[in-house]
Unconditional design. Structure first.
Length: 520
């Protein structure tokens, strides 16, 4: 399976419209896939996979994760995780099944994971709704301590604790996305991922795969919850870009220069925790204390690691694009990416069935420019945050999310307005792209002559650009087009129009009718 080319985003989209054909599982064959704003399967991303919600009979609902990236030992890992969860009743985890013959695409079977759908808000969404409610925040802090205690007792780790992998049900926490989970049967292996870098210790690498690897993330989340109880305004001030929870990786890389930590340090009751946290950030990842020890303010005295020895990954975690590089964007469908550009217009509309939505465009709508889409929960949160979509008009912004498309129009459907970060100006936008280029995360043509940012660059930035072009990053070498490794991309990654998806869908319909001639 490692060398097998996984389906593209559009191939999964076409297949999932016909559960009777593409699934063998009894419950899934009779399920209905949740639809998006355009009536196509609604997809959510989770690291290595695309996640779909299937509605069954009555109130039953299932979470199906379809993989788009190969992991060498995925089968044995998930078998170990599945066995562990099946034999225990844990408050924070849900039993999960790994199915090798999970979904049928282009005549081949590909693995999926299957678990009951967990309803509730992500921790981020819950906080956006309740960050001014001290009782709700206190309840989350207590629940987090209980979660951390259970992980310590069982000597297991989730591996990627973050504001979007924790769901909140009436102040109770549930964890999702078990790709990086550690259970005792996996002892001695390396981690398959290092998680969201805005929740991870700077020194964490794939080689650190052990029971205590959630400790740093727990401390980060706990500090954020305690800070919001002290000053709710911190949510509006620091929760931008949607990548972290108040904190970002720079706060961990340079804790003594962090504006957020400096502000928290001014509160006398925070000072011991902040002082300890700064030392933890510059220490060994293997020596991070438990959350209970951290809360008890037990002085952390381990030998600090020099900054040059930390795994300095920078601020970027996803491939970064100029919003006007439409054809490059279309090669990354189904992936989580970051897009930088200037908005041109904002469209408020409704679908035929009355679903309100907002389109934020980056260029000419008629030319199928890149677009940010807000609907459903994102619109609700926009209203709760007392923000007006007009604030995004003609602004330089950065947005991170799952890239999809409709009729070859690339788009990111945001789950929360915090996914959209308004930048100061064009110079700030250029800094983001130049920083991404230096770190090897910028995906672009060999020259940026077609870029919206290169047309009016001040001389100093043109000089910096020339210097960077003469020293191309290792990940993306310059050429006539950006080079994408055949080992990491999907097959058929170029966008398909909706007409093509519908034609593929008819082929599935034909098979469906042949398999079940008694039904229409």
């Amino acid at each position: 399976m490692v060398n097998q080319l996984f389906p593209s985003f559009n191939e999964y989209q076409a297949a999932l419209q016909h559960p009777k054909v593409c699934f063998e599982n009894f419950d899934l064959k009779r399920g209905i896939v949740e639809a998006d704003l355009w009536g196509l399967p609604r997809v959510r991303s989770g690291g290595f996979a695309l996640t779909y919600k299937l509605l069954g009979n009555g109130s039953a609902a299932w979470a199906v994760r379809c993989f788009h990236r190969a992991v060498e030992d995925r089968t044995s890992r998930y078998m170990a995780i599945s066995r562990y969860l099946a034999n225990r009743q844990l408050d924070f985890f849900t039993p999960i099944r790994y199915i090798p013959r999970g979904v049928l695409v282009r005549g081949n079977w590909f693995p999926i994971t299957l678990m009951k759908w967990i309803s509730g808000d992500t921790l981020e969404t819950y906080l956006l709704k309740n960050y001014q409610d001290p009782i709700a925040l206190l309840g989350l802090s207590v629940e987090l301590r209980r979660l951390a205690g259970q992980l310590e007792t069982l000597e297991i780790s989730h591996g990627d604790l973050s504001h979007r992998n924790i769901l909140v049900q009436q102040s109770n926490m549930r964890l999702i996305d078990y790709d990086g989970m550690y259970v005792p049967d996996l002892h001695g292996r390396h981690s398959s991922e290092i998680g969201n870098i805005h929740f991870q210790h700077p020194g964490r690498t794939e080689s650190y795969f052990a029971p205590g690897m959630d400790r740093f993330s727990e401390i980060v989340i706990y500090l954020a919850l305690e800070a919001l109880q002290k000053q709710p305004r911190l949510m509006q001030q620091y929760e931008t870009g949607g990548e972290g929870l108040l904190f970002k990786r720079d706060d961990f890389l340079h804790p003594y220069q962090s504006r957020l930590l400096q502000e928290l340090d001014t509160y006398s009751d925070f000072h011991p925790m902040v002082s300890n946290f700064k030392r933890i950030c510059l220490g060994s990842v293997a020596e991070v204390p438990s959350l209970s020890d951290f809360i008890a303010n037990i002085p952390w005295t381990a030998q600090p690691v020099t900054e040059k020895n930390l795994l300095v990954m920078g601020n970027q975690f996803y491939p970064v694009f100029d919003a006007l590089d439409r054809f490059l964007l279309l090669q990354y469908l189904g992936k989580v990416i970051t897009v930088v550009g200037k908005t041109t217009d904002i469209f408020n509309g409704k679908t035929k069935d009355g679903q309100p939505h907002i389109f934020i465009n980056f260029g000419s709508w008629r030319s199928k420019c890149f677009t940010i889409v807000l609907w459903a929960q994102a619109l609700e949160l926009l209203e709760r945050m007392k923000k007006d979509a007009a604030e995004y008009q003609e602004q330089w912004v950065k947005v991170t999310g799952l890239l999809t498309s409709i009729n070859r129009r690339p788009q990111i459907v945001v789950e929360s307005p915090t996914d959209i970060e308004i930048l100061d100006d064009e110079v700030d936008a250029r800094d983001v792209l130049e920083n991404a280029r230096k770190q090897g995360w910028l995906v672009s043509y060999s020259t940026m002559g077609k870029s919206s940012l290169s047309r009016t660059l001040p001389p100093v930035y043109k000089e910096k650009k020339m210097a960077v072009d003469n020293h191309p990053p290792a990940k993306f070498q310059p050429g006539a087009r950006a080079i994408i490794s055949a080992r990491t991309r999907n097959s058929g990654t170029l966008d398909l129009s909706r007409d093509i998806i519908e034609k593929i869908g008819k082929l599935y319909s034909a098979h469906e009718s042949a398999a079940d001639p008694g039904e229409k």
